[in-house]
Design a protein around this ligand. Structure first.
Ligand code: COA
Length: 378
């Protein structure tokens, strides 16, 4: 029996129980398994955070070492996946390539047909390691550079930068990316995670769920916003415009400014706090504070004018650019972190599954409407 009609975009609807991530949008709190994101950003690593998301508690020293080793061991791509990456048109964006390649990864996963809890955990290790590799490998292929083999002694963040750039990353670059990955690792029932849970709940497979999640993340209202922010900053810079005047004109034209607003947070997005700091610090250290300064001017204006706060995507844009990362890799980098949360949610969904199948409030033509022979139709 259908019950109440949810508000547009399911705003405020609690869709299921979950023990993974807690958000208090009024107070600006985000916690993974009860631990505040600020603590994790300062003290933790992406690997430890992923363990926490998947297991419900922080690992001890032995468990952490084993987890890191297992994730590093999973850094393998079947050569046929690399051949496939080479066959894609040069016009394919890294996010489209990631979506398509992740779908194909299932062909070569030994556990492809096994949808048990343990098999999905094994596939989660593989997907976490492989998504990072796919992003780095495709970037080198499209630039005509040789592919770099993974370095299993490096962290997830460090190995990604190594495979992307072919030079050992600095500690600052590795730690900056590591913190960004912690901040992006999970966010409750966001659009891509919800999409993944809907797919998993049909008892399809984890590769299908993650492929769907990547498709959802790609949109500019979700993960695609970080790329849109940087394209805006670069356009302003190229035209020599005043950043505040630029966004003023956007608002006057009723356009949304990417990187602002949030469905859940009514105060500062706690992830933005860290990304703002990193953007400023990196900008100063690298002698190119321009992107941070432009961002800050825009942020202050939008806050004053529209009472909107910067979200996770706003300062990740200038942070990644200052790290020397191409714009169209920003959303794939979001994915190479969010896989940790997607996998945790898919596994949680399957551990206590029921098909997710809501109802629609019908607003179409009246029932019964007559069926007319084709010659009698207007
Ligand atoms: C995140 C987002 C999709 C949330 O959407 P939502 O909860 O459906 O909120 P709405 O789009 O209905 O916005 C509510 C109001 O705030 C305004 N608003 C929200 N975000 C805005 C933005 N980034 N720029 C300008 N105005 C914005 C809307 O125009 C709307 O105003 P109105 O009531 O006068 O029409 C939305 O804020 C947005 O599009 N932001 C830009 C994209 C982005 O940064 N996405 C990443 C999210 S982490």
């Amino acid at each position: 029996m259908a019950t109440a009609v949810a508000g547009k975009g399911l705003e405020g609807i609690v869709a299921a129980n979950s023990g993974i991530c807690w958000i208090d949008g009024e107070a600006g709190v985000l916690a993974y398994r009860g631990i505040d994101i600020h603590e994790l950003a300062v003290h933790s690593t992406f690997e430890e955070t992923t363990y926490l998301l998947w297991n419900g508690h922080l690992p001890n020293q032995v468990a952490l070492r084993e987890f890191q080793a297992q994730l590093a061991l999973a850094r393998q791509l079947d050569p046929r996946i690399i051949d496939m990456l080479r066959s894609f048109p040069a016009s394919a964006s890294p996010m489209e390539v990631l979506r398509t390649a992740v779908s194909a990864l299932s062909f070569y996963d030994a556990d492809e047909k096994d949808n048990s809890h343990d098999a999905n955990v094994r596939k989660a290790y593989n997907l976490t390691a492989q998504i990072a590799m796919l992003v780095a490998v495709y970037d080198r292929i499209r630039k005509g550079k040789e592919i770099i083999s993974p370095d299993r002694s490096l962290s997830h963040a460090g190995n990604f930068l190594w495979m992307l750039n072919g030079v050992k990353p600095s500690e600052t670059a590795t730690r900056t990316l590591d913190i960004a990955l912690i901040l992006h690792a999970d966010h409750e029932f966001n659009a891509s995670t919800f999409a993944a849970r809907v797919i998993a709940a049909t008892l399809s497979d984890i590769h299908s769920a993650i492929t769907g999640a990547i498709g959802a993340l790609k949109g500019p209202l979700h993960g695609g916003a970080n790329e849109a922010v940087m394209r805006m900053l670069m356009a302003i810079d190229k035209a020599g415009e005043d950043p505040v005047q630029h966004v003023k004109a956007m608002l006057a034209a009723k356009q949304k400014v990417s990187g602002f607003g949030h469905r859940v947070y009514k105060t500062e997005d706690p992830r933005a706090t860290h990304l703002r700091q990193m953007s400023e610090q990196l900008g100063n250290d690298s002698g190119q504070p321009k992107w941070f300064q432009m961002s800050r001017a825009i942020e202050l204006y939008i806050k004053e004018e529209k009472k909107l706060n910067a979200n996770v995507d706003f300062y990740s844009a200038s942070t990644y650019t200052t790290l020397g990362i191409d714009i169209d890799l920003f959303t794939p980098i979001f994915a190479l972190s969010r896989i940790a949360g997607w996998a945790a949610h898919v596994i949680e969904q399957l551990d206590d599954n029921r098909l997710i199948r809501p109802r629609a409030e019908y607003i179409g033509p009246v029932y019964p409407s007559p069926w007319l022979p084709v010659e009698n139709r207007p």
